[in-house]
Design a protein around this ligand. Structure first.
Ligand code: FAD
Length: 274
């Protein structure tokens, strides 16, 4: 439970963070809330040589309206998403999902940027970002770029981020007045989802799945069934099409496939899918 030795650097600006990350080479890692990275380091599943602490970059902690979108700084803590008036009005799914992450201690430390960049298929916020059709703003030594959420998650704990890049902002289209639902199936309150579903209906419908594969996944088969006029229960029967969910102590792949169908149907009904 003791991590391997590492150098610690604290960044006081985005520019300094990017410089320290570049100086640290491929083994350097950003440290935001530390609630995913530090457990991996304690288990010696990660052993970065340099940690660049970005936890105090308060300029990157915000939720604000930008036209027909809402922009969220990568260092925004889950608790600040949960209590954001802007999100409650214009992207309530994101506020609600943030409130379902772990326990109050986790929500006061963990950041949305850390959750997205970690790319854990069991995490809640990546599925919400997939359902909302989010865009991720990234910065690095070669400048800025935007990555669609649907192109971001590449493999288990693997994303489209280069080692010297930082996720700086999450931008979601406003879903003011649209239906939405979040279904998180776990055995005890505050546990990680065994399977979860984030759904948005309305003009830009989307469905994200938790723990149904190696990455956070968009339920493409359900979305296309809905677009072809399928009922919520018909569409939900496609929730596990083409997916290869994991087996662990909580659930077999078969049980996860069953859960996905049940939870997608519940989500679509709650979100008011036609
Ligand atoms: P960190 O741990 O600091 O970083 C995670 C990874 O992302 C690292 O590789 C780091 O280098 C990288 N990183 C961080 N920020 C950036 C950035 N801006 N740009 C590029 N890379 C970056 N999550 C859930 O979704 N649901 C749960 O129910 C849940 N329960 C939890 C229960 C416990 C007890 C704990 C400890 C954690 C739980 N989590 C859960 C995870 C929690 O939400 C984490 O806080 C989150 O996944 C990671 O955010 P962080 O800010 O702590 O990131």
């Amino acid at each position: 439970m003791i991590p391997a030795a590492f150098e610690y650097r604290r960044a006081s600006s985005l520019g300094e963070a990017l410089q320290l990350l570049a100086d640290g080479g491929e083994d350097a890692k950003l440290l935001a809330g530390g609630h995913s990275l530090l457990p991996l380091m304690k288990l010696r599943l990660a052993a970065p040589s340099v940690l660049v602490d970005i936890g105090r970059l308060s300029d990157l902690s915000y939720v604000r309206e930008e036209g027909d979108r809402v922009a969220v700084g990568a260092l925004t803590r889950h608790r600040d998403l949960q209590t954001s008036d802007v999100l409650h009005s214009h992207a309530p799914l994101l506020a609600h999902v943030a409130g379902q992450v772990g326990d109050p201690q986790v929500r006061h430390r963990g950041t949305i940027g850390g959750s997205i960049a970690h790319g854990d298929p069991a995490s809640d916020l990546p599925a919400a970002c997939l359902a909302l059709g989010a865009t991720f703003m990234v910065e690095g030594p070669r400048g800025k770029r935007q990555i669609e959420a649907s192109d971001f998650f590449r493999g288990f704990l693997e994303t489209a981020l280069e080692p010297d890049e930082m996720l700086v902002e999450i931008s979601v289209p406003k879903t003011t007045g649209a239906g939405w639902s979040f279904q998180k199936f776990n055995r005890r309150a505050q546990d990680w989802a065994i399977v979860g579903v984030a759904a948005v209906t309305g003009a830009n419908p989307g469905i994200g799945l938790i723990n149904m594969g190696a990455t956070p996944i968009r339920a493409a088969a359900v979305e296309s069934a809905l677009a072809s006029g399928a009922s919520p229960s018909e569409a939900a029967s496609h929730a596990a099409d083409g997916l290869d969910p994991p087996a662990d102590l909580n659930a077999s792949p078969e049980y996860r496939r069953h859960l996905a169908q049940v939870l997608v149907r519940r989500a679509l009904e709650e979100a008011g899918a036609a």
